[in-house]
Design a protein around this ligand. Structure first.
Ligand code: HEM
Length: 236
């Protein structure tokens, strides 16, 4: 397959979606793992953590050169995934318009498999708001970020910024809705990404489905619990 075919043929587009999808799944695992450090402040673990574990992890990610370089790859992956996603959605809509007179409903496929473009758009809207909340201050403006000192190293108090951001109910509601969209997007996207790489054996497919469903629930729930825990002051 040539580079041109990779971006223009439908099989090439599926492959790009699969590869970028797996890359973004890896990012989600790292991101949710680092964010889950805020739970170190839960009374059952360490009442006095006060965001130290999370701040140290966020500082490591922000100050390590290799990770900053990977961040460029992450944004390139996100953009490629979005562009190819819209092209595939358009292509599917065109072929569906010719093939069926009546929608087949769940007999053909699940509603969320048919709504990947819409779910992806909701995640994109969430992402724009989310980057403005945390990534822009962390990397560029430093607005709302107080310094905090751990073991003689000065860091940004991202934990404090999260606490302030998630003290507003409407923001918490938008984040939970964003995580809900992510959940449905992953319910189809996880297994679809691996299928694009050629997994077709029936036994492997049902295992892939189980892992995909478990992954979607755990990751989305963990993400959603962070703004909720901060708003309800379970942590912080
Ligand atoms: C809902 C709970 C979430 C919280 C509390 C959260 C928190 C954060 C924070 C604090 C940062 C800035 C990190 C830094 O630069 O030091 C960040 C960055 C980022 N987040 Fe989230 N995040 C959440 C969910 C998500 C979801 C669901 C996605 C993707 C669908 C996502 C995608 C990103 C991206 C792409 C960045 C910028 C790259 C990076 O800094 O690693 N986040 N997030």
């Amino acid at each position: 397959m040539t580079w041109k075919q990779m971006f223009t043929s439908s099989i090439g587009k599926k492959l790009v979606m699969g590869l970028t999808g797996i890359f973004l799944i890896t990012f989600l695992i790292v991101h949710v793992g680092i964010n889950a450090c805020v739970f170190a402040d839960l009374p059952v673990f360490n009442r006095d953590d006060n965001g130290e574990m999370f701040n140290k992890a966020a500082h490591f990610m922000g100050s390590t050169v290799l990770i900053r370089i990977m961040e460029i790859g992450l944004f390139a992956g996100i953009i490629l995934h979005i562009v190819q996603g819209y092209l595939l959605t358009l292509q599917n809509q065109k072929s569906r318009g010719v093939a069926y007179n009546k929608p087949m409903g769940n007999n053909g496929s699940k509603w969320y498999s048919r709504s990947m473009g819409l779910l992806g758009t909701l995640i994109l809207l969430f992402l724009i708001l989310h980057l403005a909340h945390f990534w822009v201050p962390a990397r560029f403006t430093h607005v709302g970020l107080d310094p905090v000192l751990y073991n003689n190293v000065l860091m940004h108090d991202m934990f404090q910024l999260m606490k302030i951001t998630f003290s507003e109910l409407w923001i918490v509601v938008l984040y939970v809705l964003g995580c809900f969209s992510l959940f449905w997007h992953l319910m189809h996207g996880f297994q679809s990404a691996f299928r694009s790489l050629g997994i077709s054996n029936k036994k492997h497919l049902s295992l892939l489905n189980c892992i995909g469903n478990g992954f979607s629930v755990i990751v989305s729930l963990l993400f959603a619990l962070i703004p909720i825990a901060m708003y309800l002051q379970w942590v912080g």
